[in-house]
Design a protein around this ligand. Structure first.
Ligand code: FAD
Length: 411
């Protein structure tokens, strides 16, 4: 019997199992993950789940009983530790072994930990899993000072939830602007102002040197009470949330001899250097048609796209059409949708919103639209996605003019 083992029961792994069945795959599917939960969505973890607006059951990719109905064997709390590519087996940490005909690695990524003294103190948190959020929810209480280390999307979403719950967030960012890795300076400024005007303290150019416990007459405490910057200044806090990026979970793939870079290397069909092994989602690096180079994308749309691609390849079904990469982030009442990839752009055009604040940012390279960041502006987002796919050269004056409807910009 044909057996597909999927390692990692997250966004990509769960989708791949479902897509295999949708494509008519009739063999055995074993979906194994090291968390105790059925496959779930992570985006709400720093949004509605953190704020308490939704409970755990709203995170599941599909109702847990659907996996049984689809004859997907879900093996939870089960960590894979090695692949034997010659025997075509996977070994798990409990010593058990399973044979595959095809293997899909969907192990995602893990948080980068803060490499400073005091990083192991109590009250130092990360935000990747349900367990992480359950551990840090008590910190997000009225009056609590939360030092948020890292001004990326996760840190900023957490800051916005913290403020909403009455806590006092301070965002500490090492670079000279927020979102430095993923956004243009104009966007960074927009988000800094959005946070500061609502009451978040934003500290840029601030390197964290150490996390400090209380020290007194009777020795040092075990809980973080301050963030010491390289300038010598200490920012007092009741807890610290670290959001400084992720690292792909690719070690056991590399140990089995699969080619890796900044992620497990895969081709268009999501095949690794072993034709019977696929890799998908946050752990995989693939040539991107839009960027013209290999990239490891950390987003739900990418995880879903690669999951469907791998499932199609396993079933011999036609591959889905290439997609324009996209992403979203919710902070306060600001719903950001981004399409495409910045990096090679040589100009940014700002389309103002009705209240004089910029609403969308369009990024062009040689006149071709390659990316857009749209805030509370779904029309521009949809239009930009289509134009990016077509490598369109929209009229810059029309793009900048909110009086010109996006459907007319596209003409
Ligand atoms: P995951 O969903 O992380 O799943 C991988 C699973 O594999 C995990 O359960 C992991 O524990 C398990 N695993 C790892 N190693 C092993 C092993 N050896 N054996 C068994 N299991 C293993 N993206 C967006 O597009 N929009 C957003 O707004 C957004 N917000 C986010 C907010 C937060 C707080 C986080 C953490 C991420 C967010 N993302 C967002 C990113 C998005 O969630 C990820 O890109 C997506 O989850 C990647 O899917 P994946 O299946 O590759 O990894």
């Amino acid at each position: 019997e044909q057996t597909v083992i999927i390692l990692g029961a997250g966004q990509a792994g769960g989708q791949c199992a479902a897509s295999l069945r949708r494509n008519g795959f009739e063999g055995r599917i074993l979906l194994a993950g090291d968390e105790p939960h059925p496959p779930y969505q992570r985006p709400p973890l720093s949004k509605a789940y953190l704020s308490g607006e939704i409970d755990e059951s709203r995170l599941w990719l599909q109702p847990p009983e659907t996996w049984t109905e689809q004859s997907v064997e879900l093996r939870l709390s089960s960590r894979a530790s090695a692949i034997d590519r010659t025997a075509k087996t996977v070994r798990f940490e409990d010593g058990s072994e399973e044979s595959y005909t095809q293997l899909v690695i969907a192990t995602g990524s893990r948080v980068r930990t803060l490499p400073v003294p005091g990083a192991d103190l109590d009250g130092v948190r990360y935000l990747r899993s349900i367990a992480d959020v359950d551990a840090l929810k008590a910190d997000f209480a009225p009056g609590k000072r939360i030092a948020i280390i890292g001004g990326g999307y996760i840190g900023l979403e957490a800051a916005s939830v913290a403020l909403k719950l009455g806590a006092k967030p301070v965002v500490i960012e090492a670079m000279d602007r927020l979102l430095a890795r993923v956004a243009v300076p104009e966007m960074s400024d927009f988000y800094r102002q959005a946070h500061e005007s609502r009451g978040v303290t934003v500290r840029l150019d601030s390197q964290v040197a150490a996390l400090k416990p209380k020290s007194g007459l009777f020795g040092r405490g075990k809980t973080v009470t301050g963030v010491e910057l390289s300038s010598g200044e200490t920012i007092a806090c009741d807890s610290a949330l670290v959001g400084i990026g992720v690292i792909p979970n690719q070690e056991f793939a590399a140990e089995s001899g699969l080619e890796t870079g900044n992620g497990i290397l895969i081709d268009e069909a999501c095949r690794t250097s072993d034709p019977d092994i696929f890799a998908i989602g946050d752990c995989a690096e693939q040539h991107n048609w839009l960027a013209g180079k290999r990239l490891r994308l950390e987003s739900v749309p990418n995880a879903l796209d690669q999951a469907k691609r791998a499932a199609a390849a396993i079933c011999g079904s036609p591959a889905p059409k290439p997609e324009v990469p996209w992403f979203w982030s919710d902070q306060y009442d600001l719903k950001l949708q981004t399409a495409g990839l910045i990096g090679d752009h040589d100009s940014t055009i700002i389309r103002a919103g009705s209240d004089e604040t910029p609403r969308s940012f369009f990024h062009l390279a040689g006149g071709v639209l390659i990316a857009a960041d749209c805030i509370n502006d779904p029309q521009s987002f949809m239009a930009a996605k289509m134009m990016i796919a077509k490598r369109a050269k929209p009229d810059p004056a029309a793009l900048a003019d909110p009086e010109v409807a996006m459907k007319d910009v596209m003409k």
